[in-house]
Design a protein around this ligand. Sequence first.
Ligand SMILES: [Zn+2]
Ligand SMILES: [Zn+2]
Length: 314
Amino acid sequence: MRALVFTRPSTVELLEVADPRPADGEVLVKVRAVGICGSELHGIRDSGFRRPPLVMGHEFAGTTPDGRRVTANPLLSCGVCDQCRIGRDHLCRERAILGIHRPGAFAEYVAVPERALHPLPPAMSFETAALIEPLANGVHALNLARPAPGARIAVLGAGTIGLVCLLVARQLTDQVVVCDLSAERLAVAERLGATAVTTELHGEFDVVVDAVGAAATHRMSVQHLRPGGTAVWVGLLSTDAAFDGQQIVREEKHVVGSYCYTAAEFAQAVTLAGEVALDWSTTFDLADGATIFGELMAGRQDVVKALLRPWGEE
Ligand SMILES: [Zn+2]
Ligand SMILES: [Zn+2]
């Protein structure tokens, strides 16, 4: 089959590789749409977390050999460790993620454990379904923040994760400000229901979601909180925490990290995806994947979420 393979730092290549062989309890999913994740654009600059050669791709939808239309929770947990046993399966000590620890969906086929599959609602397109995984990240981030009804929420970053956090936040309050440097992305945020969009954050918020993770946004997320407010960090751009630690003491601000989603939250996102606007992706053929990857890594802004399509428009 054809697959887009991470072969060496900063490089993905379209290669002919062997079809995955599903193990017991796994099925071969024919990939119909797969999203390129920001974490992949940054994650392949060096070979740290992801080890080449690797077929990445963890945001996808497709069909099973028996004709089911599905997406999959790519985070595979062990079910028996201390974290799994208390319902924090996303923090499983033995977790494996499709497209990181085992081959993912930048390919014609991906092998997926049957237990990870979720059937798609009948009317949902594969393009919408490929955004369920990012949406699940937004569900988790806002669950951690637990904003009161009507809370003032700021979202830093209007990339995919920022936009899904906006969509989830708008279900909880009508006061959501989105901050980004890109006018194109802010225009999308505005269309999706942001109360205000800005290139520079002003004012005070009950919750600030940092969907960037740069040193500057880390600092901003804490600075613009009301006393006792909560900053939820989702972005992974920098390891530099960068904020004034004394504010955590004197104003009892909370900073919490948000990682993926529980299995229950992923299931919620499958339903929610049918109710919110996930129509801001751009689809390319898998054959153009290496080019698109390069452009996105170089900072192309007009495409917020790029999806790859291994099988054309059949
Ligand atoms: Zn992702
Ligand atoms: Zn576990």
